[in-house]
Every structure is written in C-alpha cells, then in structure tokens.
Design a binder for this molecule. Structure first.
Ligand SMILES: [Zn+2]
Length: 263
C-alpha cells in the first residue's frame, strides 16, 4: 500500500465504525442489535458488515485492482466485486457527465482524437474497425472532456465543439481537415509535424491532450482489455480520475457510490 494511505482512506473511518451516516453524513446514527447502523436523519439503515465490505471494495477500485484479484485478496465472490465496481462506474459516469455539462470549456483549448482497443494499429477512418473513437477537448490548466464518437467527420467534431466550448476560445489542433471550419468559431492554431512535438516555427503544441491519452492508456492497460460496449464507462472513469487527480479521489468515489455529496 502506498504511503499516506491513511490520509486517503481516513475519511471512511467514521463510516466503518458506525459513527457517521454513509448516505447523508449525519452524526445521528444508532447501532442496532442486529449489527445494523440506522440514521435518525435520513432514516436509512445498512448492515455494518456489508458497509465495511463495500468500502474495502471501493478502496480496491480506487487502487485499480482488477476484480478477480481483489476477490482473491478479500475472499469475496468475484460477482460481488464486479457488481460494486459496475455500480460505482455508472455513478462516476453520470457525475462526470453532469460536471462536463455544467460549464463550457474556455480559454486555450486543445482538441484531438484517439483510437482505443482493437488489434490493428489504425489511422483516421481507415483501419479503425473494432476500435473506439474518442474525441477529447482539454482546457489548458483546466479539465478534460471526452466523448466516444461514431466517426470523426467535420460535422461531428464541430457539433461537440459547439456544445462543450465557449465561442471565441483559442483552439489548438493538429492539421486534420476536420477542423477546417474552426476559425469561424474561435481562434485556431494548427500544430504541424508529427504529434506530441512542439511546432518548431510557431511553438504551438497539443501536449496537454496527448498527456491525457497516455494517462488513459496507462489505466486501461491495468484493466487488461475492455469491450467496446463497456468502453464509454471506463473512459468517463478515467476522465474523472484525471480531472480530480489533485483531490482525494477515494473520497469522491465514496460520495458517488453512496449518493452523498457534501455541502
Ligand atoms: Zn443519513
């Protein structure tokens, strides 16, 4: 376990001891004789043993432990682990979507597309069969927003740019033709030469979004192959991990899972 884990996981201590309500954060909690904790504020109750187990599973999720391995470590049925993981991933998905829609990206924004999964190394359009196509928008010194798209036509890209970014922003992209009509929506800089490098002439770059793609690929590698069907869920989880990377992520996952957002 990483050092400083107490700081990360300490927030769960009051829940597992039955002192705080995991649903609403109230301290008016009673312990019943049957081993349940009952909240006097929101009237909900939960088995303390089950609560402890769920929190242990959420720790595993936070540390990106694969479900089968966590099942082995905790001595719990793998289906139980998968159910908790899926429930949390769905909750994180909705929270991330809400956050993404709450305000538009602005200022300096980097745009790029990436391909995930599939066997063949694909290029735009050609050879992309079986892959998930992701359009990513990153506000410099801000957050990233991702969207799984069917294909990268100029219309699709512009539609997403208009719904997620403020008009008049400064855009950085590579020389892909799909971005041609961007200059009518804001200031558009293109990065020439190969990806990941700083344009020698203009000093323009899209290193921010490139950094996000490698962050995503690193996490997906841990999960050892994600089906195309489940991919959007995993992608939002990664987006959430990236956008909240400077905060206590475990605390965020706890809140998502139990539906409690602190004031
Ligand atoms: Zn409560």
């Amino acid at each position: 376990m990483v050092t400083g884990s107490h700081r990360v996981f300490g927030c769960a201590a009051n829940f597992v001891r039955g002192r705080t309500c995991v649903f609403c954060g109230s301290f008016r909690v009673n312990r019943t004789r049957r081993g349940y904790v009952k909240c006097q504020t929101c009237r909900r109750q939960k088995s303390l043993a089950k609560l402890r187990r769920e929190i242990a599973i959420l720790q595993g999720f936070y540390q990106q432990v694969p479900a089968y391995r966590l099942a082995h470590d905790l001595g719990v049925d793998p289906n139980v682990i998968s159910r908790v993981y899926q429930k949390l991933r769905a909750a994180v998905f909705h929270v991330a979507e809400l956050e993404g829609m709450a305000s538009k990206l602005s200022g300096e924004i980097e745009l790029d597309e990436a391909y995930f999964g599939g066997r063949r190394k694909g290029r735009r359009g050609r050879g992309a069969a079986g892959k998930s196509v992701v359009f990513g928008l990153l506000e410099r010194d801000g957050r990233v927003y991702t969207k799984v798209v069917e294909h990268v036509s100029a219309d699709t890209l512009m539609a997403h740019i208009q719904t997620t970014t403020r008009k008049g922003s400064v855009y950085y992209t590579d020389a892909f033709r799909g971005y041609q009509s961007l200059r009518r929506y804001g200031k558009h800089h293109t990065v020439n030469h190969s990806k990941g490098l700083v344009d020698r002439r203009t000093k323009n770059h899209i290193n921010g979004i490139e950094g996000f793609w490698s962050f995503a690929k690193h996490i997906l590698y841990n999960y050892r192959g994600v089906s195309k069907y489940h991919f959007p869920m995993y992608l939002k989880e990664i987006e959430s991990r990236f956008n909240h990377r400077k905060e206590n992520l475990f605390k965020l996952f706890l809140r998502c899972f139990f539906g409690y957002v602190s004031p």
